[in-house]
Write a protein that binds this ligand. Structure first.
Ligand code: UDP
Ligand code: MG
Length: 139
């Protein structure tokens, strides 16, 4: 059975562009409840740990630099079929390929600075939520 939780970050480009509010509105309009949230800046080490699964990919160094370059908003979202539905709401990694109306189509600047993160599996959603939030911080 598909899980009810996914994890997201509003990335530095979208925070810098003052799009926290519009993105949270899209998340709510998409039927998700925000069950944990924090506004923070990652160190390079923390960004590297979060994206450890990508450490062999050519863009890893740039990704870590970028994700630690400014504040982000991290959140845990709840909904039936959360992972799949949220991937559909955010759109393709490359915003030029993202469907109309998706968060990345609306707000992303480039394939790297693509406005939001969304978990790609229930297992990663659980790991990513646990990386950022203790049980005391989840509602
Ligand atoms: N990324 C990048 N260049 C690429 C592919 C990905 O800079 O060619 C960045 C981008 O910020 C992306 C993140 O690395 O969101 C993680 O990549 P992934 O393939 O997991 O994409 P996502 O799951 O975020 O759509
Ligand atoms: Mg991914």
């Amino acid at each position: 059975m598909a899980g009810t939780v996914t994890f997201t970050m509003i990335k530095p480009d979208a925070v810098e562009a003052n799009n926290i509010g519009p993105i949270l509105a899209k998340i709510n309009e998409g039927g998700f409840r925000i069950v944990a949230m924090k506004y923070m800046q990652l160190t390079k080490e923390q960004a590297g740990l979060f994206y450890e699964i990508h450490k062999e990919r050519p863009f890893f160094g740039e990704l870590v630099d970028y994700m630690s370059s400014g504040p982000i908003v991290a959140a845990v979202l709840s909904k039936e079929n959360a992972v799949t539905d949220y991937r559909n709401l955010i759109g393709a990694t490359d915003p030029t390929k993202a469907a109309e109306g998706t968060i990345r189509k609306l707000f992303a600047k480039s394939i790297a600075a693509n406005a939001v993160h969304g978990s790609d599996s229930d297992e990663n959603a659980a790991n990513e939520a646990n990386f950022f939030f203790s049980r005391l911080e989840r509602f």
